[in-house]
Design a protein. Structure first.
Lengths: 271, 290
């Protein structure tokens, strides 16, 4: 169903990953340690435009650390040491003049929804305002568009001025997705987004992600292997800080693996 | 085994809580009782609040407290004018920017500042600030609103800094991370997320600082010049409500009109302080609800 390498695949009418173009993310020999204690070693991989790239692996395998390195969140954490190189659109992320400009182009969704202590409207308008959009009409338009794309508009259009933290857990997670989309990102990083979301909402968000793939590139860390199977074009398997396997999702799930531990994890025999 | 420890602890905490309330009510009742004869007798509310003639020991005594009220208000107001920005700035620096050793050192310094007894501050006002003000501004006397205000501001700064810092620290790091992930700079995070989220705590810090300045006695007595006067410049001497009570009570006849008038000043102080603390409390409770 998904053609890896070669020309661009078309899945369900939506253009698939652009494997024939240069990758949007090139990770080379990436190692991450916390105070000298390794959390991820020697990861080399490419992620392509319009791809949903899944990352699976048991707890503490370094998935979150990988995401944090991508948008230089290590700047928050003096204990976090990153080596190797990450290029986004061919440019080393350490060459950005400031990490804020880089981050403003990468949307992040955390495992537990983090609503800023602001109204629903202001949560979504936060990033556009940072970009300097001041006109109310323009902001209204962005807010409505992003909430609609995150499948939340109908539920909150009458309570845009109430606090984001008063929404239900699943709504809050969609709010953070809307907020990430308001950045007009090229890249969306999702870290176990469904951990606090009910199955129905999870499915709705998954549908949203499938649609978004035509516009941007998604890195999806998930603790549900079936979610990776449903969404990801290619999947990487991390285990205890090591990149064990990377390949087309279908291949991995059909047992076409280089390392038996991958199948073991997918079939739930450990982790 | 554990149940009676639990029971005993409850009783202890209950007694502690109750006795605090009892003491406060007791103090209020005592002050009111002592002042009552005066309030119902010689006091004229009009004179009390509009006249500056505070002459309780004259043959024809007058009890105009306006100058004392203005004295307290001007010194406290001036103190807050520079102390609030200073304290909030210090709190922001400690909570948001300083790390490791710097942070610990600053916190210890602030705590040490809080531990300096007020008579020492008064001493600083008289023997260091006074000549300094005379020299710098070329004025005949350095004891007045400026001196007492600076001293009071420095005295109120530690409590404001500590409480404001607690309020800032109470903002979860996940907010900061989420905002920075959206591309906000450190300043944008502070201005747009951290300060709005801790607004109530910061306000409570300011109000407690005001209360601290308002109730201070010894340092103001020493640094303000203690002259009954409506100030027209920051170099003018003034006299504060607290300082008036402290300096005059020893010379009065127990139960007399002068005695009663001082207790009336006490009632005024008590009510205003109570209102300030109550406001701070309501504001702080507002934070918890969120
Ligand atoms: N801020 C931190 N400080 C110190 N060590 C950390 C920090 N964050 C992660 N680690 C360590 O790095 C290793 C990898 O953690 P990471 O969070 O990347 O794993 P993960 O795959 O996301 O796990 P999970 O599925 O539980 O979220 C773990 O051993 C963890 O203890
Ligand atoms: Mg994780």
């Amino acid at each position: 169903m998904v053609e890896v390498a070669g020309e661009t695949a078309v899945v369900n009418g939506v253009p698939g990953p652009a494997y024939d173009e240069p990758p949007i993310i090139e990770v080379r020999d990436l190692s991450i340690a916390y105070r000298g204690k390794p959390a991820l070693s020697d990861v080399t991989l490419d992620i392509h435009r319009h791809e949903i790239f899944g990352i699976i692996g048991p707890a503490n395998s370094g998935k979150t650390s990988f995401l944090r390195a991508l948008n230089r969140m290590d700047a928050f954490n003096t204990a976090m040491e990153v080596s190797g190189s990450i290029r986004i659109n061919g440019k080393n992320i350490n060459d950005w003049r400031n990490e804020y400009a880089l981050r403003s182009r990468i949307g992040v969704v955390f495992p537990l929804p983090v609503g800023l202590p602001l109204t629903v409207y202001e949560n979504v308008a936060f990033s556009p305002r940072l970009r300097g959009i001041r006109k109310r009409a323009e902001l209204d338009e962005v807010v409505e568009r992003c909430l609609t794309r995150a499948a939340l508009w109908d539920e909150v259009k009458d309570r845009l001025d109430s606090l984001g933290s008063l929404l239900s857990g699943g709504q809050q997670q969609r709010l953070t997705i809307a907020r990430a989309l308001s950045q007009e990102p090229e890249l969306l990083l999702l870290d176990e987004f469904s951990i606090a979301v009910d199955p129905v909402t999870t499915m709705r968000i998954e549908d949203v992600l499938k649609e978004l793939r035509s516009e941007l590139t998604i890195v999806l860390v998930t603790n549900l292997v079936q979610q990776a199977r449903r969404l990801a074009d290619r999947t990487a398997f991390f285990l205890m800080g090591e990149l064990v396997e990377i390949g087309a999702t279908e291949d991995l799930f059909e047992g076409d693996v280089k390392d038996k531990r991958t199948t073991g994890y997918i079939e739930g025999r450990f982790g | 085994m554990a149940w009676y420890v639990d029971r005993a602890a409850r009783v202890l905490v209950f007694v502690g809580g109750i006795s605090a309330i009892v003491f406060i009510i007791g103090i209020f009742v005592f002050i009111t009782k002592e002042g009552l004869d005066f309030v119902l007798g010689p006091l004229s509310l009009g004179e009390f609040f509009t006249s500056i003639a505070w002459r309780p020991t004259s043959n024809n005594p007058t009890y105009g407290a306006l100058a004392l009220i203005v004295g307290t208000a001007s010194v406290t107001g001036f103190a807050m004018l520079f102390s609030v920005p200073l304290s909030l700035g210090a709190a922001l620096f400690i909570a948001e920017f300083a790390t490791g050793k710097t942070r610990e050192t600053l916190k210890i310094l602030v705590e040490m500042l809080a531990a300096i007894p007020s008579v020492v501050w008064g001493f600083v006002g008289m023997s260091i600030m006074n000549p300094l003000i005379i020299q710098i501004f070329d004025v005949p006397l350095g004891l007045g609103v400026l001196n007492a205000g600076l001293i009071l501001g420095l005295m109120a700064a530690p409590i404001m800094t500590t409480i404001a810092e607690d309020a800032l620290k109470a903002v979860p790091d996940t907010y900061r991370e989420a905002a920075e992930a959206l591309g906000a700079t450190r300043w944008e995070v502070i201005v747009k997320v951290v300060i709005p989220a801790s607004r109530n705590g910061l306000l409570a810090a300011v109000l407690l600082g005001v209360g601290r300045g308002f109730g201070e006695t010894m340092a103001v007595l020493m640094a303000s010049g203690h002259a009954i006067n409506l100030p027209t410049s920051v170099f003018d001497s003034v006299r504060a409500l607290t300082a008036t009570i402290a300096s005059e009570l020893g010379d009065t006849v127990t139960g007399g009109a002068h005695w009663g008038s001082l207790f009336t000043l006490g009632i005024l102080l008590f009510v205003v302080t109570f209102l300030i603390n109550l406001t701070a409390d309501i504001v702080v409770r507002g934070i918890r609800k969120k």
